[in-house]
Design a protein around this ligand. Structure first.
Ligand code: URA
Length: 256
């Protein structure tokens, strides 16, 4: 029988050994940390461009960790190609900039839905279609964070196509933000949006449309109410807490 092969991920159906669940970090180096966190014997099975994949075992079953790179376009390739190979559960493990005052660096944000400020998700569904996390993913992530003693906030995330102007950052090359983005952070804060990142809306829209389980947990690496720049120690803590939450949550999800 012919085995399907995913072009960008450089992976075949045979190589993923029937894995039905995948962690999706942005960063190829975080992929290795996640894979080793749940299975020290995890193996790297592919690496092409920004897409690096590990295969390990969790609760005795094969689980993938594939990096998406930054932003919706490359994340859409990962979700589409892994879904073609038979993966059904997608857990994004990201980093994020919080915009609400009460959220601290190192906390995690569990996305219940995303404001679709990206372009990639509009290639899968019209903008009126909601980018919502699967309820089992939200539930498992909340339980996992609580069991790990990690402060967690569940709510709406804004996903953007750029890190600088799209998130209203002035510490960019030009220092200029288009008029349509000026005041955005304050408006989103007033709309009870918790954070900025760059992939959730694409991942969640696609999972909804394609009948997959999608969820997102992000470690807070900066609070934009206080700073624009990410501090290295905050980045480390945010990432580590998101990874711990995600690994424990996936263990629970595999039993559902
Ligand atoms: N990722 C983002 O997209 N924004 C931040 O501020 C931090 C991480």
């Amino acid at each position: 029988m012919d085995m399907k092969r995913a072009y960008h991920l450089d992976l075949s159906e045979k190589e993923i050994e029937g894995a039905a669940c995948a962690f999706l970090p942005g960063d190829p180096f975080r992929a290795e940390k996640i894979a080793r966190a749940f299975d020290p014997e995890s193996r790297e099975i592919a690496h092409k461009r920004e897409f690096r994949t590990f295969l390990g075992r969790l609760n005795g079953a094969p689980v993938l960790t594939t990096s998406t790179g930054i932003g919706g376009p490359s994340a859409s390739i990962v979700v589409d190609e892994l879904a073609q190979l038979g993966v059904k559960t997608f857990l994004r493990v990201g980093t994020t900039g919080a915009i609400q005052e009460n959220i601290q660096a190192g906390d995690v944000i569990i996305t219940t839905g995303a404001v679709r400020m990206d372009g990639a998700s509009t290639h899968y569904a019209p903008v009126a279609y909601p980018a919502v996390a699967h309820h089992e993913m939200v539930q498992a992530l909340l339980q996992a964070a609580s069991a790990e003693g990690i402060p967690a906030h569940a709510g709406v995330t804004a996903s953007t196509d750029t890190f600088y102007p799209g998130q209203e950052r002035l510490d960019s090359c030009s220092g200029y933000v288009l008029r349509r983005f000026q005041g955005l952070t304050d408006e989103l804060r007033k709309l009870n949006v918790l954070n900025y990142e760059m992939e959730s809306s694409t991942v969640l829209t696609m999972c909804g449309v394609l009948r997959l389980r999608g969820g997102c947990v992000s470690g807070v690496v900066v609070n934009r109410a206080r700073s624009e720049a990410v501090a290295p120690d905050a980045a480390e803590r945010g990432e580590a807490n998101a990874v711990r939450t995600a690994v424990r949550a996936m263990g629970m999800l595999m039993r559902l």
